[in-house]
Structures are given as C-alpha cells and as structure tokens.
Ligand binder design. Structure first.
Ligand code: NOJ
Length: 883
C-alpha cells in the first residue's frame, strides 16, 4: 500500500599589475564573539546564529533549469504534499533505508534514499566496489569518476533516487576513526578532487549524490547519545567537535566545497555537534556556511535520528528529515504533522517550506530523475521475493512482490578489478622481488586474510566481523558481495595454470603448519588485515573505532612465524587505514610489502594482477604510515570529559593532521603520504612556472531577491485532517493533523531574523557553488617533465605541494597531482593549474580568503617527502614578498 493523499489532491586586491597581499589576522575564532590562539579550538566553544536560511537562487549557473522545473512542480503542491516531500515515513516504513512520502495525486512516487558509498546496501545482484579510502590511493580522476558512474547506474536501475554517499566526513583526523575508510583521505585536496569526481559520476548516471557527513564527524565514540549509553557512557548529549574557523575552512570544509561545486544534490548533516550545536540544527554551518558561503542549492538531509528538534531544524537549514521518526519506530516525528502545524500557525514561514521542497526537487531535476527513474524494485528489510510491503510494527496488512532481484551490475566487475589494482600501493620491493612470474618453484600463501570466510562473504550482517579476507569495513557503508574472489583462489589459479606448486595455511594460529610450509616455500605471500566500521556494531571490543593500530587476528605473529623460515616473504595488507608495521617492515626476509586497502569483490584478481605484473603498481599512500600511533598526535576522545554533558573534542591541532603534523614536528614516518613504488622508475626535471594575468579578487556584494513563495495554501482546518476512512499504515509518519487548533501561534519564540523573507546581503566569500567564483581563477601554471627511466610502461602519480609560507601554515600542502602513463624511455609533461583558492588562507577577521604576503614556494615530486623540484611563485607588483 502506498502512502495516501487522496483528497489533496575584506578588501584585498591581487592582480598581475598591482598586487596588495595582506597578512592574515591572528584572531582565529569560530564565532565572532570568542577568540583563541591560532590554530586550535576550545572547550565549550559556541557556534554563532545565522538566519534566515538562504533560499534557492534561481540564477545559479548549472542549476537554472532544474530550479525552474522544481519551482513549477512545487507550485502545484498543497501544503500537505510539500510536507510529505520533506519528511521520512519512519524507520522500516517503505522499501529503502529511507523514504519520504509520495504525492499520488501527481503520480509522484516516494523518493528512495539508500546506502552506501561503495555500492547498494541490503539488496542482491549489485556490485561491491572498492571503498573510498582505497580508491583514494589510485590518485586517478578517471577511476573516481568511473566508479561513481558505475555505482550510480546500479542505484538508478534498482529505483533509488539518492545514493547515500560519497563521504568526506570523516576526513580522517584520527587514524583510529571507525569510518575513515568510507571517505577518501585526510588530505583535503585529495579528498576534494575524489569527491567531486565521484559526485559527477553518480549524478551523470541520473542519481542524486548525498555527500556526507557534514561536518566534524571524525569519530564513532559518542557520536550519538543513545549509542554511547549502550556502551556504558552516561552522557546526555552527543560529542561536540570543536573546530576553529581557519581549520574549518582550510581543512574539513574544503572537500565539501568541492562536492558542492561539482553539483552534489544533497548533503547529509551529521550526528555530532560542532561547537556545541547539533549538526542538523547548526544554523551557522547549514545556513551560513553551506547554503550561504558555499552557495549550495540542493537539500540537506539529516543522518538517521540526527534530528533533535522540529521548528529549530527547519529554520537552521535542514530540508529533509530521515528516516522521519524522532526515534526508530515511535510513529512520532519532529516534522510531518508538526511541520504542517508550524507552517499553518506561522512559526515557520511559507517561503521556508517552499524552499525545502524546491531544493529537494531541484536536485531531482538536476540529475534528470524525471527522465530515468524506475520504480524501486527491491526491499531493504527482506531478501525474499514476496513479503510485507511495510515492515514497521503494526503494518502487516499488505503482502506481495517486494524483491524483483534485478541484476544491475552490467560488467562493473571488470572496472572493480582494475580500480582496486590501480589503488594498490607497493611499499617495498627489494631487488625486483615483484613482479612474480607464476613459475616460482614453491609458493606459500599464509593467513586467514588470504581466503574467503567460511561463513561466506556476507556471513555477518553489515560485515560486522573480521573473518576471512577483508574487502570492506563494517556498518551502513557496506554492500552485499555478489561474490568475493579471495587472494588464495587467484594466486592458486595463477600457479596452477603453470602446473606449479602452491600450499596454503589460512589459520593464523596453526604455528606448526605455518612453519612447515614456510620452510619449504621459495616465495611466501602473507595476508594480514585490520578492520573498523560504524559505531552501532562492536567487533572484538572495537566499538566502530579501532582500539589501536595493530594488525588483527594475530597478524604480527603470523608475519614473524613466516619470516623466521622464509627469506623471501611478501606481505599484503588489507586495512581500513594506517597500521603499525614498525616491528617487521625492515626485516630483511621481507622482500616486498603491498597495501591493498579494501578492494571489493574482485580482491584476489586485483592483487594477482599486481603480484604477477599484469598491472604495474602506481598507487600512492593517501595517508602516512608512522612508526607509532602516538606519532599521529590526533588520537580519539575516548573518555567523557564534561560530566554528563557533551564530550568536548577540541581539534587543538588545527590544520596539522597526518603529514602536516609529521612535517611540523619533524617526525620521520616509515612511509610518507603520497609514497608508492612502481616496477619501473621515474625522473623529474624541468620545473616551469607560468604566471597568468588575473583580475582582482572581488568579494561578492549586493542582495539576494526576496524568498520565493510558491502557490498558496488553504486556511480551512478540515483540509489538513486525515481523510475520512483513511487506513493508517503501522507507525507511518503522515502530514495530517489530529487536531484543528493549529492556527494559534503557540511557540512564537524563534531565532531573530529566522522568518525574514526579505532580500538579504550576499556573503563576500560566496557567490556561486563552491564559494566566490574568483577563488577558482588560475593564477599560475606549474609544469615539469616526468621521464620513465625503466624498462616497462608505468604510471606515476606526480604531486605538487605548496608552501603558503606563514608562521602558522603547514610546511607544505598538497595542491595538485596527476596520474600519468609513461612508456619505457618516454617522458611526459605534468601540469597543474594553481588557483587563487590554492594559494589563499582563510582570514577569520575579514571572513574571506586572502593571499598572505609570505613567500610561496612550489614543490614537485613523487611523494610528500620526495620533492626534487622546487620554485618560487612570484607575484608581480607591490606589497608582496620579502617582508
Ligand atoms: C547512519 C549513517 O551514519 C549514515 O551514513 C547512513 O547513511 C544512515 N545511517 C542510513 O543507514
């Protein structure tokens, strides 16, 4: 049965000719009324108000048609229908992990939101793609776009409107963070380019991307109060990530800006608080930064149960409530009927509900869902062909075809294999140990991680265990495997095709057997792993986040046991992120090391392609591999530190996470960010810096138009009551009212300015999706020659870092890269356009980006610490340089 609505129906100038570059002010506060030394954030930091919620701008380039169509659509809707579009029907109310209400009068179906960032969760005949944090290691724009597009086409063909991904929050502040692998990299530029390409790929397939989790969602522990209680923590509120203004802009917001610029139709607000205001009602972050400064025209969706208020969330910029009920299966909503009521009694202005609905529909039209949408043909809650349409409690009335088992995979497995191989990082390769030939005399394969779990690849719900080879983490960021090619199978196929000898021991505690086989092997391949996931599942005491950075399942001992007997040992790591390798990486019996991340369904084939040289490794580390966990300096907040109040997670390190910290503190990593070897070698030469003429940076000025009001609504209370003879479904959330006393404004106290629909001043750092368009002006082009000095074709990820030069700046920050295929003996040109944004710092006083007066240098090379080329960016004109 479908939901029924039958009856209702700063002043700074930079130019080539005249340059005035100023110094960034030192006041580094998140709000205008508090200050702290730069960089850093303080306990009990607050978030300033920002109202009214910016309304959609119909002149936005790229969005004009979509907005016009959305406005035309919304104009026809009744208030109840608008409310229906914004409010989820409640947990387990429809087929998808989240659905909003349908508009049957217009034949408009219930919009379907479905996990995950690496493939479709909770269905069948879908692909299991490599995780985000794995494909980050490809540093390959083509891989990111294609993976997004392949995923998008699968979501489209299952009848899903919104893919709940990609992820750039967590960014990866702490290596132990449970969900880092769902995102890309702790570097904002690598993440930003990866997320933009993924969004474009997904949306080109006709599905809305939902970039998440906005923002500061850097750890699982304390992310939700009830979950924390379940783990025995007596706290009343979720954790507050306290982030200063500079760090927000230069680090955590950066990839979200790229996602917005790429046109992401949706953004999911996060569970945690930021500066002591919940992610889904933080007006500063949603209204001010996301919709204001970043010019986001799509809709903000809450994470599941991340909404904690009704009127306040709408006025603060939330557009869609997921899954719609306050707490799963309560039948009660902050919105639904309450939203209808709040609009009718004037607490929420009509323009605001219109804007919420318009934003949802604009995203829908932007990606062309009106042209490609098919009815949802699966159900999240049940794999059987026939079953209940609604599995909410008390909703057992309708039964029928719920899963059509549509195979949506096309031949994506081919790309999955290729992408995972391209994302594999070769860390060590002594004397050309790799590639192997397949004709080795005796191949030994070791480790649980070499083979598929005896429970099968989908043996644990949401992959909540570490059994067998690790190809994705756990939680909502998962998909069911259609198959999982284990490494042992692929290696065995290789060896058997040459009629060679291969023996394996896949029990990490079978010490005797391990010793025996390792003693015979001429080459030993050891598979080890480390897992993590989302906070609602705990695996071996890892409550989402990792307890530590060590290998799981006795991995270190396994390596030790093999290397004791075998002097030609290759170690392959499947992990969610950094692991500790210091105990063994330089053991002379370890002749090669590969990091293969979380490769998805083709795991074994991908690693075999690398091991046997069909693909020359070109991946580079998207994070640092350190000697100790302490070296990262950014551990998780593990104990409540504010009594029963919100734990205060102060991001005191500011911008200095991952390699930026190692550079700052002079800590030597084992393998640095950006590091990775090839079976060939490359040489860098001929750095050239070409300045471009550019116009001065012009802060955006002027005013918006007034808030559009679309259509009218009836004042007749009878129009808002449940229709006669209406059959309610379970604990479904409806927009109808139970009472007619709604026209009294019984809660008049709303934040100052929040209901004002008159023209508003534009934000100087804003002006277009992604921020002020002048931020993307190209100021310099930097190029270099990269030569392949070896004997085989290879792919090199050339990298460009910039030193912004200020006393509180990181030594160097990544600003450009390209993965280049170069034939043996050949060479190619690596070229990066440096934009104004790339060379700017955030100035919290002027609330805008500035190019500071400090010397700016560029560095080009093969990793963050192997930078053979460097040069200085010379801005012509006065005021720059030398001071
Ligand atoms: C909570 C997770 O944080 C989010 O990423 C996911 O999309 C929703 N649950 C829905 O499963």
């Amino acid at each position: 049965m479908k939901r029924l609505l039958l009856a209702f129906a700063g002043t700074w100038v930079v130019s080539a000719a005249s340059v005035t570059l100023i110094e960034r002010q030192t006041n580094n506060s998140a709000s205008s009324n508090s200050s702290s030394p730069a960089p850093g954030a303080q306990s009990e930091q607050t978030s300033p108000p920002f109202y009214p919620s910016p309304w959609i701008d119909s002149t936005t380039v790229g969005w004009q048609d979509a907005i016009a169509e959305a406005q035309a659509f919304v104009k026809q809707l009744t208030l109840l229908e608008k409310v229906n579009l914004t409010t989820g029907v409640g947990w387990e109310g429809e087929a998808c992990v989240g659905n909003v209400g349908a508009i049957p009068r217009l034949g408009f179906p219930s919009l379907c939101m479905q996990d995950s960032p690496l493939g479709i969760r909770n269905t069948d005949y879908n692909s299991a793609f490599p995780a985000g944090g794995t494909v980050a290691a490809s540093w390959d724009r083509g891989v990111w776009y294609q993976r997004g597009n392949d995923m998008g086409s699968e979501f489209r063909d299952k009848g899903i409107d919104v893919q709940l991904g990609p992820v750039v929050g967590p960014l990866g502040r702490s290596p132990e963070g449970g969900r880092n692998w769902e995102g890309f990299s702790p570097d904002p530029v690598l993440s930003g380019i990866a997320v933009a390409q993924t969004v474009k790929g997904i949306q080109a397939a006709g599905v809305v991307a939902c970039t998440k989790h906005y923002i500061g969602n850097e750890q699982e522990r304390f992310r939700q109060q009830p979950e924390a209680q379940g783990y025995g923590f007596d706290i009343n509120e979720a954790l507050s990530s306290n982030i200063d203004d500079i760090t927000l802009h230069e680090l955590y917001l950066w990839p979200f800006a790229d996602a917005v610029r790429a046109g992401t139709g949706s953004i999911m607000c996060s569970y945690n608080q930021v500066n002591n205001s919940y992610g889904c009602q933080n007006s500063y972050l949603l209204n001010g930064i996301l919709k204001g400064e970043l010019g986001f025209q799509g809709f903000v969706m809450s994470d599941w149960q991340a909404q904690h208020a009704g009127v306040a969330t709408s006025l603060a910029g939330l557009d869609m409530s997921m899954p719609g009920d306050t707490v799963f299966n309560t039948g009660v909503s902050y919105w639904g009927a309450n939203l209808t009521r709040a609009v009718l009694n004037g607490t929420i202005p009509e323009w605001r509900i219109d804007d919420m609905a318009t934003r949802i529909m604009a995203a829908y039209y932007l990606v062309g869902r009106d042209k490609v949408s098919v009815p949802t043909n699966f159900q999240t809650w049940n794999r059987a062909t026939f079953g209940l349409f609604h599995v909410q409690p008390n909703a057992s009335d309708a039964y029928g075809l719920i899963n059509q088992h549509v195979d949506v995979r096309a031949e994506h497995g081919r790309n999955i294999r290729d992408h995972a191989a391209k994302s594999t990082v070769l860390l060590k390769n002594v004397d050309g140990t790799l590639p192997l030939t397949g004709k080795e005399k005796f191949t030994g394969v070791f480790g649980e991680d070499a083979d598929v779990s005896s429970w099968g690849p989908n043996g644990s719900p949401d992959r909540g265990s570490d059994n067998g080879t690790l190809a994705m983490g756990w939680g909502s960021g998962t998909a069911e495997f259609p198959y999982l090619v284990g490494p042992l199978t692929a290696i065995q196929n290789e060896v058997a095709s040459h009629y060679g000898v291969i023996q394996s021991v896949t029990n990490n505690w079978a010490y005797g057997q391990i010793a025996k086989v390792a003693g015979q092997a001429t080459v030993s391949i050891v598979f080890v792993n480390a897992d993590s996931g989302e906070g609602y599942i705990s695996v071996d005491g890892n409550e989402g986040d990792r307890k530590n950075l060590t290998l799981w399942r006795n991995g270190d001992t396994l390596i030790q046991n093999v290397t004791r007997r075998s002097n030609n040992t290759i170690v392959v790591i499947h992990s969610v992120g950094p692991v500790l390798i210091d105990a063994w990486y330089n053991n002379p019996n370890i002749t090669a090391i590969l990091w293969a991340g979380l490769p998805g369904e083709q795991s074994g084939n991908s690693i075999a392609d690398i091991l046997y040289g069909r693909i020359n490794p070109g991946g580079k580390l998207p994070f640092t591999l350190a000697k100790t966990a302490q070296d990262y300096g950014t551990g998780l907040l593990r104990e409540p530190n504010n009594g029963k109040g919100a734990p205060q997670d102060n991001f005191v390190e500011g911008n200095f996470i991952d390699y930026r910290r190692f550079d700052k503190e002079g800590i030597e990593p084992i393998y640095e960010f950006g590091y990775g070897l090839s079976y060939t070698s490359f040489a860098y030469s001929n750095l050239q810096i070409t300045p471009h003429a550019f116009t001065p940076y012009v802060p955006t000025t002027g005013e918006t138009g007034p808030a559009p009001v679309l259509g009218t609504y009836s004042n007749n209370t009878a129009d808002y009551e449940f229709p006669a003879n209406f059959t309610k479904v379970g604990l479904y959330i409806y927009p109808y009212l139970n009472s007619s006393t709604v026209f009294e404004n019984d809660s008049p106290e709303v934040p100052l300015g929040s209901t004002d629909g008159s023209p508003q001043s534009k934000i100087p750092a804003g002006g277009a999706p992604g921020g002020n368009p002048a931020l993307y002006d190209v100021l310099f082009t930097v190029s270099a020659t990269i030569a392949n000095t070896g004997r085989i074709t290879g792919e090199e990820v050339a990298q460009l870092y910039v030193s912004l030069g200020g006393p509180s700046d990181p030594l160097r920050v990544l600003r450009g890269f390209d993965r280049l295929s170069i034939a043996a003996g050949g060479s190619t040109t690596f070229s990066v356009d440096l934009t104004r944004r790339d060379l700017s710092n955030w100035d919290p006083v002027s609330q805008n980006w500035v190019i500071t007066r400090y010397h700016k240098n560029v560095y080009v090379g093969a990793s963050s610490r192997n930078l053979p080329l460097n040069g200085t960016l010379t801005f012509s004109g006065s005021g720059y340089g030398g001071q």
